[in-house]
Design a protein around this ligand. Structure first.
Ligand SMILES: Nc1nc2c(c(=O)[nH]1)N[C@H]1C(S)=C(S)[C@@H](COP(=O)(O)O)O[C@H]1N2
Ligand SMILES: [Mo]
Length: 388
C-alpha cells in the first residue's frame, strides 16, 4: 500500500463528498426548488453518478484497509474517522440505491430511505466540517504522535461534531429542511383567502383520522402565489359544451365529497390518510358537458407556470378531487389553497396546486416536470391503471 495512493483516494473522496452534499442539498431543499427547476434532472443523475463513484473509491480503499489500520496503530481518532466514513458511505449507498428504485418498492421503504439519506447528510455536514478544520487546515491542537493527546483530540472532534449536529438540527428544524422537520407541520396560514373578503365559509367536516407525515412545500415560482377571494375565478374551458366560471363562493358550494387518501411524491416522501374535501373532478366535468373530441384534461395553476394533464379515463376516477379543505381546515395556501388537484394513485407532480383553470383538449399535454425529465407514466404502480 502506498501512502501516495491513500492520499489520492482521500482527496478524491473529499471533493466527491463535497459535490454529493452540495448537489443533495440543492435537490432536496424545498425552498430551492424554484431556482433549480431546469437543473434538477441532470443534477439528479450527476448526484447518482457521484454516489456510485464514492462507492467505487470505497471499494478501492477496502483492500488497503487492513494495512492502513496496522499503520494507524493507536491513532484511535483516525481509525474512528475511517470507520465512520465507511458507515456513512454504505448508509448513503444503500438508502440511495433504494431511492432510485423506490417506484418498485413498498411505500414505507422509499420513505425511510429518504429520511435516512437525509439524516446521514445532516449528521455528516458538521462532522466533515470538524474533520476539515482539524485536518485539512492542519490546526493541530495537540501532538498527534502521543496516544493520550490523540485521545483528547478524538474527544474534541467528537464533541465538536455532536455540538455541530445539535446546532444544525435546531437550524434545520427551524428552516424545515427535509428529514429534520418537527413532528407537527406548520404550513403557514390556513386562510387561503384575503381577510375582509365577504365569503360564506363552506362547512368542513372534522376529520375522523389525522394525517400522518408532512408535506414538503413545493413551488416552482417564488413567492408562493396568494389569491383574493373577491377576484378569484375558476374556469372550465376548451372542448366542452358549456364553459364554466365560478367565484370562490360558487365553487365552494359545488357538491362536496370527503375522502381519505395517501399522497406520494416521487422523491420518496409520503403523507398518509389525508382527509380531502372538495369537488370530484368527474362531477365538475359533467356540469361542463365534455365534448366527444376531448381526450385529456389540462390543469392550469394560478402561479402562471405549472401545468399538467391526465387522460379522460383517469379524470373519471372517483378519487380524483379538487379539494379546498384538508384535515378539517381550509386548504393552506402553501399546499395549493384555495383549490388544488389531488390524484392519489399518481405521483404528486400530477397534483397541480393553485388550480384556476381546467381545459379540455384533444391531445396529450406534457406537464411542467415531465418536460424537465420526470416520467410520463406517473402511476404509483402500473396496476393502478386498472383501478377505479
Ligand atoms: N403549482 C404547483 N403545483 C405542484 C408543484 C409545484 O411546484 N407547483 N409541485 C408538485 C409536486 S412535485 C408535488 S410532490 C406536490 C407537492 O405538494 P405539496 O407542495 O402540497 O407538498 O405538488 C405538485 N404540484
Ligand atoms: Mo413531487
Amino acid at each position: 500500500m502506498s501512502a501516495k495512493r491513500l492520499a489520492r483516494l482521500h482527496t478524491w473522496n473529499g471533493w466527491n463528498l463535497l459535490f454529493l452534499v452540495l448537489s443533495g442539498v440543492l435537490l432536496y431543499t424545498p425552498a430551492l426548488r424554484a431556482w433549480t427547476t431546469a437543473l434538477r434532472t441532470p443534477l439528479k443523475y450527476l448526484h447518482i453518478g457521484a454516489g456510485l463513484l464514492s462507492l467505487g473509491l470505497l471499494a478501492a480503499y477496502l483492500p488497503m484497509a487492513g494495512t492502513h489500520f496496522d499503520r494507524l496503530r493507536q491513532r484511535t481518532g483516525q481509525k474512528a474517522n475511517v470507520v465512520l466514513l465507511t458507515g456513512l458511505l454504505l448508509g448513503w449507498g444503500l438508502s440511495g440505491a433504494l431511492l432510485i428504485f423506490n417506484r418498485y418498492l413498498p411505500g414505507g421503504v422509499a420513505e425511510s430511505s429518504l429520511v435516512w439519506h437525509d439524516r446521514l447528510t445532516w449528521f455528516a455536514i458538521p462532522w466533515a466540517l470538524a474533520h476539515a478544520v482539524t485536518r485539512y487546515f492542519k490546526v493541530r491542537l495537540f501532538q498527534a504522535d502521543n496516544p493520550i493527546q490523540e485521545d483528547r483530540r478524538l474527544l474534541l472532534t467528537g464533541a465538536a461534531t455532536v455540538a455541530g449536529a445539535w446546532f444544525w438540527g435546531r437550524l434545520g428544524g427551524a428552516l424545515g429542511l427535509p428529514g429534520m422537520e418537527k413532528a407537527k407541520p406548520g404550513y403557514g396560514t390556513h386562510q387561503p383567502i384575503e381577510p375582509g373578503a365577504v365569503i360564506v365559509p363552506p362547512p368542513i367536516v372534522a376529520p375522523t383520522t389525522a394525517s400522518r407525515g408532512r408535506f414538503r412545500v413545493y413551488t416552482v415560482v417564488e413567492p408562493i402565489p396568494t389569491f383574493d377571494a373577491r377576484t378569484w375565478r375558476f374556469t372550465v374551458k376548451g372542448l366542452v359544451e358549456k364553459e364554466l366560471a365560478f367565484t370562490w363562493e360558487e365553487f365552494s358550494r359545488l357538491p362536496k365529497v370527503t375522502q381519505v387518501s395517501d399522497f406520494h411524491c416521487i422523491t420518496g416522501w409520503s403523507v398518509y390518510s389525508v382527509t380531502w374535501e372538495g369537488v370530484r373532478l368527474s362531477d365538475l366535468l359533467d356540469l361542463a358537458d365534455v365534448r366527444p373530441e376531448a381526450a385529456y384534461v389540462k390543469f392550469i395553476s394560478g402561479d402562471g407556470v405549472y401545468t399538467d394533464a391526465i387522460d379522460l379515463t383517469t379524470a373519471g376516477m372517483a378519487d380524483v378531487l379538487l379539494p379546498w379543505a384538508m384535515d378539517g381546515s381550509p386548504l393552506p395556501t402553501a399546499l395549493g389553497g384555495p383549490v388544488r388537484l389531488v390524484v392519489p394513485q399518481m405521483y404528486g407532480y400530477k397534483s397541480v396546486k393553485w388550480v384556476q383553470a381546467i381545459e379540455l383538449i384533444d391531445r396529450e399535454h406534457i406537464g411542467f416536470w415531465e418536460d424537465l425529465g420526470y416520467p410520463a407514466d406517473a402511476w404509483l404502480r402500473k396496476e393502478g391503471a386498472q383501478d377505479t
